[in-house]
Ligand binder design. Structure first.
Ligand SMILES: Cc1cc2nc3c(=O)[nH]c(=O)nc-3n(C[C@H](O)[C@H](O)[C@H](O)COP(=O)(O)OP(=O)(O)OC[C@H]3O[C@@H](n4cnc5c(N)ncnc54)[C@H](O)[C@@H]3O)c2cc1C
Length: 418
């Protein structure tokens, strides 16, 4: 099939989504309610397998704004499983406050704080029967007619899916779909180690909304997530490409990195470092990296969403946030086109790319710019001051408020009400 030619027969269009994570669930839920398509979403893990359960997420006001416009019921379900994210406070680890930013100054609505496992539970519940769990996907390729095909095995049975009119790779940062069809994207280490830990809240109210603490370029971050947990993460500079040494993962290193060299730590930092050191074996370690962004591959009937399209540095908490934006825009756009009788998948993909590419470039660049205080030799005080100046705040406002082009907002609003 030539992707530039609309399908002419009346058979339902076959749409296959690989991955029922953040973006995949949002698209599967919306498209399952559309006439004229046969939607299959294939997920590797079992429905209740939340392998990233040890993580909390702060989801930006931008994602919540778009989700509410696109799918108010789903936005309500996410809100019910989360706490509002209303402020961003930054201090030194001795407790000296550098800035406190109420998000209402740069956003139209709150963001949310949520456990990753809870977000997956809500999204997977909402996608209902559209998702097949516990499958092994194989042989992802393109046929002679240009359309994609794949096989999957579930419960000992193998199913071949040929003649896929649109394949959506929503299978995360190490996307097999993107690797099989477009080649692995280039990954770039940016020179920062990162770790995370989720613990029961024993802070007696010391930790609540989103805060960061700096000791030179070494940064801690923490916030409370329901039910009754504190999520904390830390970063320190690392030579780009180097592995994190075992010595850097020890309680002694954590104390050295985060406790002020002179004077006492603030009460929050003292609790965080103490808790980290008591749970040092449970900490998850990673490195900050970016992947080359790409939603499409030439004229192929293929769309990558979320981390499969753009792995970004997590400094502004925009990974899941952008996966939600991608999912809402893709779902609204495709549902709107289907409702208008369009079967021209090539045109849909062109429109999606036009709606999202510039936005995602901006978000990735801004996330990297906001990482300035994490690199070796950086000055957190100067960096914090810069973040309170008009240029940075204008970018935050653009990030949190300018969520979608007008055409997408219109089709989102139409599609959300069956
Ligand atoms: C420690 C940490 C902290 C983070 N903090 C934040 C934060 O505060 N705010 C924020 O917005 N983002 C944050 N992120 C990023 C965020 O979690 C991701 O960007 C987001 O989950 C991406 O969503 P996605 O839909 O693209 O992919 P995912 O949510 O990763 O979903 C991909 C899905 O595809 C499935 N899958 C993978 N391969 C296959 C296959 N071959 N076949 C079938 N299924 C497959 C996976 O099992 C998974 O269910 C954080 C990430 C990490 C690691």
């Amino acid at each position: 099939m030539n992707m530039n030619s609309p399908s002419t027969d009346n058979k339902p269009l076959r749409i296959v989504i690989v991955g029922a994570g953040v973006a995949g669930c949002i698209v599967a839920r919306s498209l399952a309610r559309c006439a004229g398509v046969e939607v299959t979403c294939l997920e590797r893990v079992a429905r209740d397998d939340h392998s990233e359960a040890g993580t909390g997420l702060n989801i930006g006001p931008n994602a919540i704004k778009l989700l509410r416009a696109h799918d108010p019921a789903l936005a309500d379900a996410v809100a019910a499983a989360s706490l509002p994210w209303q402020s961003w406070r930054t201090s030194l680890t001795d407790g000296t406050e550098l800035f406190r930013l109420p998000l209402s100054e740069v956003a139209d609505n709150d963001g949310v704080r949520i456990r990753w496992s809870e977000l997956y539970r809500v999204l997977r519940d909402s996608a209902g029967g559209a998702v097949r769990y516990g499958v092994t996907v194989s042989d992802i390729s393109r046929g002679a007619d240009g359309r994609c095909r794949l096989s999957y095995t579930a419960d000992g049975e193998t199913v071949d899916l040929d003649g896929i009119d649109l394949l959506i790779g929503a299978d995360g940062r190490y996307s097999d779909t993107r690797r099989a069809l477009s080649g692995a994207p280039q990954m770039r280490q940016v020179g920062v180690a990162i770790f995370r830990l989720l613990v029961p809240d024993t802070s007696a109210g010391l930790i609540d909304d989103y805060e960061q603490w700096f000791n030179g370029p070494h940064r801690l971050l923490a916030f409370r997530v329901p039910p009754g947990h504190i999520y904390m993460a830390g970063t320190f500079p690392l030579k780009a490409g180097d592995e994190i040494a075992d010595a850097d993962k020890s309680a002694a290193a954590l104390r050295r990195y985060y406790l002020p060299a002179h004077g006492e730590p603030g009460a929050q930092c003292a609790w965080l470092v103490d808790t980290l050191c008591r749970n040092v074996g449970a900490i998850h370690w990673a490195r900050l990296q970016e992947t080359e962004a790409g939603y499409r591959d030439g004229d192929a009937p293929l769309l990558y969403l979320g981390d499969a399209a753009h792995g970004m540095v997590p400094t502004l908490g925009q990974g899941a946030t952008q996966a939600i934006e991608d999912g809402c825009v893709a779902a609204a756009l495709i549902a709107g086109r289907l409702a208008a009788g369009s079967r021209d998948v090539g045109e849909w993909l062109h429109a999606f790319d036009a709606a999202r590419s510039e936005r995602i470039r901006f978000v990735m660049d801004f996330s990297l710019e906001a990482s300035d205080t994490l690199f070796a030799g950086s000055d957190p005080v100067a960096g914090a001051l810069k973040k309170m100046q008009p240029p940075f705040r204008a970018k935050l406002s653009r990030l949190y408020r300018d969520v979608a082009p007008a055409g997408v907002k219109d089709s989102a609003a139409t599609e959300a009400r069956p």
